[in-house]
Design a protein around this ligand. Structure first.
Ligand code: URA
Ligand code: SF4
Length: 195
């Protein structure tokens, strides 16, 4: 499916009534994004959970609260970044989005990227990294490794929910947030970046 969406209004209109995959059957509220549509850093998660589906806002549940704390620790403000997901509707029982669901929803993500025009994209977890960074991503091996893709740079890291289960991943996660911040500074200073 090619979505040629050149305005936020057209994108939102299309999303609000989207039935392009089976996930539309279960959703309470579509979860499109949070944060700043002019952000330099964009974070991409997997898909809404229960609380996100109730509130229509990404990363507001337990993983989201931890994410907010760690953003703060890295000196990033949630109001300065843009946050969205691979799929905009909640997968039942929080299962991983199936490949056909992700493929159906990806044109919307591409439109979001085109409209926000971030300089740095951070993939939160394996699912986001799989569709945006590397189909065969091994997150424990490749997290933090910057890759250039067209006009922007992508960094994969852990999903905040993984940190709730494995606290020992937190330092690496914060290191990746700091790396994203530093990368942005270097881009703004037109420094040469190996990626
Ligand atoms: N997990 C995600 O991947 N996205 C959300 O919005 C919430 C939890
Ligand atoms: Fe449409 Fe995406 Fe929701 Fe599927 S997950 S119904 S493609 S908005």
């Amino acid at each position: 499916m090619a979505v040629l969406t050149f305005s936020w209004e057209a994108l939102y209109n299309e999303l609000m009534s989207c039935t392009k995959c089976r996930l539309c059957e279960h959703r309470n509220t579509i979860v499109i994004a949070d944060g700043n549509p002019n952000a330099d850093i964009m974070f991409i998660g997997e898909g809404p959970g229960r609380e996100e589906d109730e509130q229509g806002v990404p990363f507001v549940g337990a993983a989201g609260r931890l994410f907010n704390l760690l953003l703060e620790e890295a000196g990033l403000d949630r109001r300065d970044i843009y946050i969205c997901n691979i799929v905009k509707c909640r997968p039942p029982q929080n299962r991983d989005p199936l490949p056909d669901e992700a493929e159906a929803c990806l044109p919307y993500l591409r439109a979001q990227i085109a409209l926000v025009r971030p300089k740095v994209i951070v993939c939160l977890g394996r699912i986001a990294a799989r569709y945006v960074y590397d189909r065969d991503i091994q997150i424990t091996k490749q997290r933090g490794q910057v890759k250039k893709a067209g006009v922007f740079y992508i960094i994969p890291t852990y999903h905040p929910a993984a940190l709730l289960r494995r606290d020992e991943l937190t330092n690496d996660f914060v290191a990746d947030l700091l790396a994203a911040k530093k990368l942005l500074k270097r881009i703004e200073n037109s420094e040469k970046i190996e990626a």
